[in-house]
Write a protein that binds this ligand. Structure first.
Ligand code: NAP
Length: 319
């Protein structure tokens, strides 16, 4: 690796979802000339723009009374950051070294040095790995009930998973859907008792035990799914127009494992009420440190906090 490198930047931002680009807008407006290492377009885990690039209509981002397409919303974030002078590099950060100031971030052979680093690499929803699954995201397949539930009024839909997320989403979705099937691969749930009791008491929820979703079908939109019984191997078809995948999330933190403290579930630890990590001058915002809310608007809010925290840190350290 090249240890030499260019002049240190005040701020390097890794990741370009709502958190990273909000941090870029704020730090650019504060004249800190941020470099945003935005990710690689070919990837589904760290594509520039983050998870909103995989959605269609976003109706809950304030300021858009008629809704906005996820990619369009992110194009707006990007243009706004560039307007104030943020520099965007379309590439993936491959390694970091936070052992001494200025910190180093590599993109392949190229080394960038930053006095502060804002980590906003996000998280990815785990998917089932089925043919056409990614293609139908935003067209019947969803990984976020809060975001997309509204579009399934009066329809029959399925939720996959047996944890708290699956049951929380299933219960939430009964506000809209006529019927919600919970497809679980075992006959015992992982979810907490209180969530289980709430779901069992809900007349619109039906559990399909010992079943895996093994295929999905639909041209422009989801039309149905194939279930395979894990014990008998018998296959059945289920006509649903919505499939919510709630089998967990994975934060994109591998790059930082040697430097930043992580919770047992892999999310970065930040000091309560701030975006500070365990390394001075390194801040984390958005889904990479949020295993609770995971919303675009909360990610953007924490990106703003990280920018202000970085700005204050630079000022306190005479930069
Ligand atoms: P989780 O607890 O890891 O549960 C994932 C579920 O998906 C499990 O039931 C698992 O089945 C199933 N699953 C995993 N891979 C699968 C696959 N390839 N095919 C089919 N099913 C698969 O994840 P989570 O529900 O997202 O929860 C994550 C954490 O957040 C938990 O600690 C949870 O308590 C917490 N949480 C809390 C709340 C709340 O309190 N309001 C709400 C949401 C989440 P198995 O059971 O067979 O492994």
């Amino acid at each position: 690796m090249n240890g030499g490198a260019s002049e240190p930047r005040e701020v390097i931002i890794i990741g370009s979802g709502p958190a990273g680009l909000t941090a870029a807008i704020y730090t650019a407006r504060a004249n800190l000339h941020p470099l945003v290492i935005e990710g690689e377009p070919s990837s589904t885990s760290d594509q520039p723009g983050g998870q909103l690039m995989l959605t269609t209509e976003v109706e809950n981002f304030p300021g858009f009374p008629d809704g906005v397409l996820g990619p369009e919303l992110m194009a707006g974030f990007r243009a706004q950051a560039e307007r104030f002078g943020a520099e965007l590099l379309t590439a993936k950060a491959t390694s970091v070294d936070f052992s001494e100031q200025p910190y180093r971030v590599w993109v392949g052979e190229a080394c960038y040095r930053g006095r502060t680093v804002i980590v906003s690499t996000g998280a990815q929803s785990l998917l089932l790995g089925l043919h056409d699954e990614e293609r139908l995201i935003g067209h019947g397949v969803s990984t976020c009930a809060t975001c997309d539930g509204f579009f399934f009024r009066g329809q029959d839909i399925a939720v996959v998973g047996g944890g708290d997320s699956a049951l929380e989403e299933a219960t939430f979705l009964t506000r809209f859907a006529a019927k919600v099937y919970v497809v679980h691969r075992r006959e015992e749930l992982r979810a907490s008792k209180i969530m289980q009791n709430r779901a069992f008491a809900n007349e619109r929820i039906e559990f399909l035990w010992n079943r895996q979703v093994t295929a999905i079908r639909g041209d422009d939109r989801l039309e149905g799914i194939t279930l395979t019984d894990t014990q008998s191997g018998r296959r059945t078809e289920l006509d649903v127009t919505g499939l919510f995948i709630a089998i967990g999330h994975r934060p994109n933190t591998d790059l930082f494992s040697a430097w930043l403290a992580r919770k047992p579930n892999g999310y970065l630890v930040t000091e309560p009420g701030s975006t500070r990590t365990n390394v001075e001058g390194v801040f984390a915002c958005g889904d990479v440190q949020d295993d609770i809310y995971r919303q675009a608007v909360t990610a953007a809010g924490s990106g703003c906090q990280a920018a202000i925290d970085a700005e204050r840190w630079l000022e306190a350290h005479g930069h």
